[in-house]
Design a protein around this ligand. Sequence first.
Ligand code: SF4
Length: 111
Amino acid sequence: MNNAVMTIVWSVVLLGVLAIIFGLGLAIADKYLHVEADTRIEDIQAILPNANCGACGYPGCAGYAEAIVNGEATSLSSCKPGLKSGCPEKIRAYLDEHPNQDGTINPIKVK
Ligand code: SF4
């Protein structure tokens, strides 16, 4: 084989080895650095209007849903676009059915 072909072969082999090494690195990082997300955040976000207007004082509906689940939000009525469709009551009912991991129920008020 001439030099050009050998260069291509070694380049392909090197790229293959690097792909395997980086793939293993990502697999190990996924296994040991995996963060378990609270699925209630997504569920509450689905109840919210998802206008992402920021009127609640949080950075979008995902931020408000996270604040509700984490107990940082002080009221379920902060989402003005969701008041007419009954979002506060729906979220309150959802939180009552889905307590925290320690069994406690988030006491956040509807009003
Ligand atoms: S006010 Fe309601 S619709 Fe607007 S960002 Fe907050 S949760 Fe989303």
